[in-house]
Structures are given as structure tokens and as C-alpha cells.
Design a protein around this ligand. Structure first.
Ligand SMILES: [Zn+2]
Length: 462
């Protein structure tokens, strides 16, 4: 057993003083008491928060961040960005995948993300044929998580088509393509390999309504829930207006509208980029209890649009954040961009709030913790018995945070900070970041640097 003591910590009921968190040898919290002394415990020297889940990641894209910030014609868009991504991805094999993911996860941990939802759609060799082990790239991604200590919900993506209505996949998409049965085999293989590991959870991804047919959605979801009734299901849903238009042409319905009418969406589901929704769709999604997976910095970077946030919150909608393309890897920037997008849209302030919590910072942080934990399908996101011991310690000497306490501390951290205040990070009881340094950052950085140098010929192309 290990005891961690903090003078102040954010617990499920709010801020508490003189908190003693006791963990067992497997990284579970077994007790949380307030009004305690530090005797015999490890003193955490700063305010303690639950670590934030990052619910949406395509790890390899971290290494191409910055390569698509140039004009290529009259009108650049998500679709021209995607062409750059496809070109970059063609050079990535298992070792590159793992080296990039490990560097990314170190950056996430140092930023205060303690769990990641890996939406994993690159399965095959660059020529489109399967590796001898079809789950090879999944194992490398999970290997990076294990090396760094970040918790993971690993979600292999079902991807079969290049557009609505079962259109044939494009040449660049052949690394993604599996039959339903082939994808379920990958899920079963990684489930078997990691079923006793409390840091790893397996989930199902349906890449998008563009990439799978209604029959595939039905059979994949039914099949995974037969074996594991709580398995998370994630899908990219309405990121681009073109996607909405194409869905209308195909089905006469908008993407979220179609999904809610044709799939039993519930608390196990997470809809990534539910950006383009009518008020009716927004209200209907909120009622399902599913999580809206928002990726504010990527959605801004790709010019996607803004989520219908106020209407969603009015109807009790749940949300979490992800760094998706990793143009930014920052809890603070995701939460800040989420609120700022809405301020610019509505020309008002303090839009993410509830009746009980006027603090925008505290509301953002708590919503993203709860929604992120739900979308990960893991016992994380709060400092309470039965949860994984995932926590971060802030440096109260960070200039912006001096003398800031409780909710004001969260408001200041999110809106006034450009200096990372995350000093220590403990994940599943493993103290991976100490005094701003990750335990393996030098060796992981070295491998990353070698990988990027190897890829530099492609990088120079752009
Ligand atoms: Zn995505």
C-alpha cells in the first residue's frame, strides 16, 4: 500500500483539504480520506487533480503536425489535409508507429492526460497486404502505452469503403480495410493478450458512415457486445459539411440523425466530431447518454466548424476532449479552445457553465473528466475508491497560479496559463512524471528523433 498526501485535491464532491489517497500494489485507489496528516505518506507538493482522459487520438499523425499548414490551391480544406496525411502515412511501419506513439504519449502525460483512446485505423503494410500477425500495429501502439505508462483504450477501426453506400476504397485507403470478421479477429487477439491488464481496455471503432455499411455496423456492434457488454464504441460522425451533404444524398438523413435512427446508441457510444447537428439532433444525442467526443484544436485547425454546445448542455449532454491529429497536445488548450470557439460564435462569455458551478474552468474540467472516463470504458476520472490511481500534481509556484485556490485555480490554469503547470503525474499508481520529467523521456526522444530523421525525405516534400 502507498499513501499520497496533498493539502488540497479535487474529489468527486469538490475540493477537499488534507487529503490522503491510499493505493494498493496494483494501482487501484482503495481509500480517500480528508482532514488527514502527511505522516508516513508520500507528500505531493501542490494541488492534485484527477488525470484527464484524451478520448480521441490517431498517434502517428503527431509526426506530421505542421506539414499541412501551407496553401496548396485556391481552397484548402480537411480534404487537402487528408491527402497530406495519406502521403505521410505510407512511410510508417511498426517501428515508426511505436516510436512516434511513445513520444506522443510522453507529451500527453506531461500535459496531464493520463489515458488515451486510440482510434486505430492503420492495420496493414503500406502495400495494403496484412502483416503475418494482423494485429501487429495494434501491439506496437499498445507497446508504446506500456512503455510510457499512459492508460489506453485501444480501438481497432472497421473500415471498408471509400464513401457512402459501399463505394470502393481508394488506393490510399487499402491499409485500413478489413472485413467485419477480420476486424473482430484483431479485437479478439488484443483482448486475449491484455485482458488481465487494468491499464489497457479494448474498444470498437466504426470509422465513419462513409467507411462502413449499415449491415457492418449492426453485425460488428452486436458481436462485440455479445462477448463484452460494456465495450466502448466510437465513430467519426459529422465533421465536415460535405460529409453531411453526401449522407443526405445517400440516405435522405443527416449523419447523426441517421445513426440515432438506425443504431441503438447509448452510454457505451462516443460520437467523435458531432460538429454539424441541428438543434433536434443535438437534443436527441444528449438524451442517449452517449458522449460527444470533441477535439477543439484539431477541429479549429481543420476548419471543421463549431459544436452546438449551449443547446447540448441545456439538455444534459455529456462530452469529453481529444487531441485527435495532435496539432496540439495540451489539456489546457483543448478546454480553452472549446470555450473560446463558443464565445466567438455567440459574442458572449462564460458559456460552459452549469447552475451549480459558475466557474467555467471547473465545469470544463469536470465535464471532460466524466465524459472522457465514460468514453474510455475504464474506471478513471475521479479520485475515489475503486478507481485507477491516475492523478496529476500542479506546481503552485507557476507564476499564474500563485495564491490561486480551488475553482479559481482551474479558471486560471485554463484561461491564463501558457506555462505547463503539471509537475508530477501518477498513472495506475506508477509515478511516471516527476518534477516535469518523464522517467523514460530521454530514451523515447532518442528513438523518436531517429525515426523523424529517417522520415525527413518525406517531410521535405511538403
Ligand atoms: Zn479522428
Amino acid at each position: 500500500m502507498t499513501g499520497y498526501f496533498s493539502k488540497t485535491a479535487l474529489l468527486p464532491d469538490g475540493w477537499a483539504d488534507d487529503v490522503l489517497i491510499t493505493t494498493d500494489g496494483e494501482g487501484w485507489i482503495i481509500d480517500v480520506k480528508t482532514g488527514q496528516s502527511a505522516d508516513g505518506a508520500i507528500a505531493l507538493n501542490g494541488p492534485v487533480l484527477p488525470g484527464m482522459p484524451n478520448l480521441h487520438s490517431h498517434a502517428f499523425q503527431r509526426a506530421m503536425a505542421g506539414l499541412a499548414e501551407r496553401a496548396t490551391g485556391d481552397k484548402d480544406s480537411f480534404w487537402t489535409w487528408r491527402d497530406v496525411m495519406y502521403g505521410f502515412m505510407a512511410q510508417i511501419g511498426p517501428e515508426e508507429m511505436e516510436a512516434i506513439a511513445a513520444q506522443l504519449y510522453v507529451e500527453m502525460l506531461k500535459a496531464g492526460f493520463t489515458a488515451v483512446g486510440e482510434f486505430h485505423y492503420v492495420h496493414h503494410k503500406p502495400d495494403g497486404t496484412a502483416y503475418d500477425d494482423p494485429a501487429l500495429l495494434s501491439h506496437h501502439i499498445i507497446g508504446a502505452a506500456k512503455k510510457t505508462g499512459i492508460g489506453m483504450t485501444h480501438m481497432p477501426a472497421l473500415y471498408a469503403h471509400g464513401g457512402f453506400g459501399g463505394a470502393a476504397p481508394h488506393e490510399e485507403q487499402k491499409r485500413f480495410v478489413n472485413s467485419t470478421e477480420g476486424l473482430l479477429d484483431i479485437i479478439r487477439a488484443i483482448n486475449a493478450a491484455y485482458k488481465d491488464d487494468p491499464q489497457i481496455r479494448v474498444g470498437l471503432v466504426l470509422h465513419s458512415l462513409r467507411a462502413v455499411t449499415p449491415e457492418m455496423i449492426k453485425s460488428a456492434v452486436q458481436s462485440v457486445h455479445r462477448d463484452d457488454p460494456d465495450m466502448p464504441v466510437h465513430i467519426h460522425i459529422a465533421e465536415q459539411t460535405k460529409e453531411v451533404d453526401d449522407c443526405m444524398t445517400w440516405s435522405g438523413k443527416r449523419p447523426v440523425e441517421w445513426l440515432l435512427e438506425n443504431a441503438a446508441v447509448d452510454e457505451r457510444w462516443c460520437l467523435i466530431h458531432a460538429t454539424h447537428m441541428t438543434d433536434q439532433e443535438t437534443e436527441n444525442l444528449a438524451k442517449t447518454g452517449a458522449v460527444a467526443g470533441l477535439c477543439p484544436t484539431t477541429e479549429a485547425n481543420l476548419g471543421d466548424g463549431l459544436f452546438n454546445l449551449s443547446h447540448y448542455l441545456k439538455h444534459g449532454g455529456r462530452l469529453g476532449v481529444g487531441s485527435d491529429s495532435h496539432i496540439s497536445v495540451s489539456v489546457i488548450e483543448e478546454l480553452r479552445t472549446l470555450e473560446y470557439g463558443q464565445r466567438l460564435l455567440r459574442q458572449e462569455r462564460a458559456l460552459v457553465k452549469t447552475k451549480d458551478t459558475p466557474s467555467v474552468g471547473a465545469t470544463l474540467y469536470n465535464l471532460a473528466l466524466q465524459g472522457g472516463a465514460q468514453a474510455m470504458g475504464r474506471p478513471i476520472g475521479s479520485l475515489a475508491p475503486g478507481q485507477r490511481a491516475d492523478l496529476i500534481v500542479l506546481d503552485s509556484e507557476t507564476p499564474a497560479l500563485i495564491s490561486k485556490e480551488k475553482d479559481i485555480l482551474l479558471d486560471t490554469m485554463i484561461f491564463a496559463g501558457n506555462v505547463n503547470p503539471v509537475k508530477d503525474v501518477i498513472v495506475g499508481g506508477r509515478h511516471v512524471v516527476k518534477n516535469f520529467k518523464h522517467e523514460k523521456e530521454a530514451e523515447i526522444y532518442d528513438a523518436y528523433k531517429k525515426t523523424i530523421r529517417k522520415l525527413s525525405s518525406i517531410i521535405k516534400m511538403h
